[in-house]
Write a protein that binds this ligand. Structure first.
Ligand code: AMP
Ligand code: MN
Ligand code: MN
Ligand code: MN
Length: 277
């Protein structure tokens, strides 16, 4: 059975490994088909592709697009996209555009709580200066000893109602799906179990997503607990959506899921790679 991992991050967004080191690590961990899915960014794909050719792993070009749906932030993964497609590139540039101003505001919010220099600190930790994410702020807060680890920092800071949260308007769901389609890819709803919405709203989301042309949802992901897997497998079947699988790996030793360390998709699921194989 081929080992797939279709969601992870490099230094082109908020991961800690270069695209090259990420691919080599995935290969060491036994991953045979890997999708690099940096947030709103494709600049890591070329280097990842070179490393994949050297290591014999198959790279699927991917991206994770930040979306605002009503008052909810969603992540839409595009898989098997053309990383040079102008429509997708233009859309991602637009989505990245607001990040620096947002990061300044996050810094101001934290300063109000007595935490100085957070914008500068997070920015220094971001290799891609167009892509300062909350992860970089989290790492800054941990470095400063203000929080112990990733898990605790995202309980006390950077989320709705806590210090360092600012609301932000990302791309629409329709735009994100259309950009992915323009680039020849398939759109997948990332880690559905992470959104703070009830089952009725989740069903509304899935039907709207499908109506817009979305074809899959992540069923097995580093963001799901073991008991969430069958819940989203059932929803995939009910909505006739394909199922994806990905670690959402960001860095060694930060507490997230390791590359390739994933259970198999439930039998009743149609795997997303049937969409391009
Ligand atoms: P941003 O795109 O700037 O809003 O940052 C989102 C990123 O923050 C996610 O992709 C994760 O890498 C990280 N993140 C958000 N919530 C958590 C959490 N509870 N635990 C760990 N990382 C998180
Ligand atoms: Mn991330
Ligand atoms: Mn995500
Ligand atoms: Mn991710």
């Amino acid at each position: 059975m081929t080992i797939y991992d279709l969601h992870c991050h490099s230094t082109a967004s908020d991961g800690l490994l270069s695209p090259r080191d990420l691919v080599l690590r995935a290969s060491e961990k036994g991953v045979e088909v890997l999708a690099l899915t940096d947030h709103d960014e494709l600049s890591g794909q070329a280097e990842a592709g070179e490393a994949a050719a050297e290591s014999g792993l198959r790279l699927i070009n991917g991206v994770e697009i930040s979306v605002t749906w009503g008052n909810v932030t969603l992540h839409i993964v595009g898989l098997n996209v053309d990383p040079l497609d102008p429509v997708l590139l233009h859309g991602l540039t637009r989505n990245r555009g607001g990040r620096t101003e947002r990061a300044r505001r996050i810094g101001e919010e934290l300063a109000r709580m007595g935490i100085a220099g957070a914008f500068e600190g997070a920015s220094a930790l971001a290799e891609n200066k167009e892509l300062i994410s909350r992860t970089h702020f989290a790492r800054f807060l941990i470095e400063r000893g203000i929080a112990r680890n990733m898990k605790s920092v995202f309980k006390k800071f950077l989320i709705k109602g806590k210090p360092g949260y600012v609301s932000h308007e990302w791309a629409s769901l329709e735009d994100a799906v259309n950009w992915i389609h323009a680039a020849g890819g398939v759109a997948v709803l990332a880690h559905p179990g992470r959104y703070q919405i009830g089952s009725e709203k989740m069903r509304l989301l899935l039907s709207e997503f499908k109506h817009l042309g979305g074809v899959g949802i992540e069923v097995v992901t580093g963001s799901h607990t073991p008991d969430q897997v069958p819940v989203y497998a059932d929803l995939a079947v009910e909505f006739d959506l394909m199922a994806s699988i990905g670690s959402d790996f960001h860095a060694p030793g930060e507490g997230g899921r390791e590359l390739g360390r994933l259970t198999a998709l439930p039998e009743r699921c149609r795997p997303i790679w049937q969409a391009w194989n």
